[in-house]
Design a protein around this ligand. Structure first.
Ligand code: ADP
Ligand code: MG
Length: 330
């Protein structure tokens, strides 16, 4: 009988190894899908043992993002944000729009107006997504900047007050991040433990990639297809704002989609900003704010947010990083 003991042990170890590999194999099941939402390509990637559950979760996450788009996109004439733009004085909005606007206004104050959800008229004037983008007249830019800023919008409960009727609200610098956060919440509710949601550079990770962290390549702002650095992360948001995605060129200058509210022109202090935070909404707004502020003030702003890290490529191509960034880089 005593002789059987080692045999039993060996069998147990074999069974455990087999179970481990079967489970490992099952974990490898991957559902990966892309759709166009919020004016960009959204890719959702889910790892799960159960392919049907993964597929249903991905569907639900896309539906959730489409719902946020209906609520907050200025491009949708019936969205709350579009209606707010047309409102004379004020509009009562949903809890969600109020929540996103509240964070937007907080970042607007804390960045001294570098982030500005009241610059909708300026965005429409430049019309970068239009057929024939061109530099607007200086007088038109001045008019679009009139009365905008952190004080131009006020939130009282669920009611948003505009400082003047012409003010147009734009949550384009923050709503995509919120939609990504919501998509991740929906995946988690569906029982998914390992996923990534990427909305054109606004990315959030759920869990790790199986047992390991996710490896996220950050696009080089000037070398197409080249990676600036690789970050290893789990359960966090990584948002990159760059001047290389939506732009036109005229007389050798690049005119892109992140505006400096002080000048009415595209911000020119940096080429790209990568922000790491727990929430994609916070990371989205801060990335846009840092883009406008530039490296020095940008690092100061990020320093006020515990656990948030930033990597900036400045206009000359030099790198600036917060203290904790190096730990994430591989
Ligand atoms: P991306 O859309 O490439 O992820 P951002 O998150 O920086 O880039 O968002 C850019 C969008 O934010 C613009 O299309 C516009 O809607 C809005 N926006 C531009 N400049 C500002 C700004 N200074 N503050 C707030 N929102 C801005
Ligand atoms: Mg942003």
């Amino acid at each position: 009988m005593a002789l059987n003991r080692p045999l039993i042990l060996v069998l147990l170890v074999l069974a455990a190894t087999l179970a481990y590999f079967l489970r490992g194999d099952a974990r490898e099941q991957q559902v990966r899908q892309s759709r166009i939402l919020m004016g960009t390509v959204v890719e959702i990637n889910v790892l799960d043992q159960d392919a049907r559950r993964a597929q249903a979760a991905v569907e639900a996450a896309f539906a959730e993002m489409a719902r946020i788009e209906e609520l907050m996109s200025v491009q949708r004439p019936d969205s709350e944000v579009a209606r707010l733009g047309r409102a004379e004085q004020s509009l009562a909005v949903s809890t969600e729009t109020a929540e996103v606007l509240a964070l937007g206004l907080e970042i607007a104050r804390r960045s001294a107006g570098a982030f500005d959800p009241s610059l909708g008229r300026l965005k429409a004037l430049w019309d970068l997504e239009g057929d024939a983008p061109r530099i607007p007249e200086q007088a038109a830019i001045a008019a679009a900047l009139e009365g905008i800023g952190p004080q131009a919008l006020r939130l009282e409960g669920l009611r948003v007050y505009k400082a003047h009727p012409e003010l147009v609200v734009d949550l384009g610098g923050i709503a995509k991040g919120y939609a990504v956060d919501r998509a991740v919440a929906v995946l988690e509710q569906a029982g998914i433990a390992s996923a990534s949601v990427n909305a054109g550079g606004d990315l959030r990770l759920l869990g790790g990639r199986g047992e390991r962290p996710w490896r996220i390549g950050i696009q080089h702002p000037r070398e197409a297809g080249e990676v600036l650095t690789i970050l290893e992360l789990s359960d966090r948001a990584v948002v990159t704002s760059g001047d290389y995605e939506r732009y036109f060129e005229q007389d050798g200058r690049r005119y892109h989609h992140i505006f400096d509210p002080r000048t009415g022109f595209p911000a020119d202090a940096v080429q790209s900003v990568t922000l790491v935070a727990d929430s994609a909404m916070l990371a989205d707004a801060l990335a846009t704010a840092v883009f406008v502020l530039g490296p020095r003030q940008g690092l100061d702003l990020v320093g006020e947010f515990p656990g948030v890290e930033v990597l900036i490529v400045d206009a000359a191509g030099a790198l600036h990083a917060s203290a904790g960034m190096a730990e994430l880089q591989r």
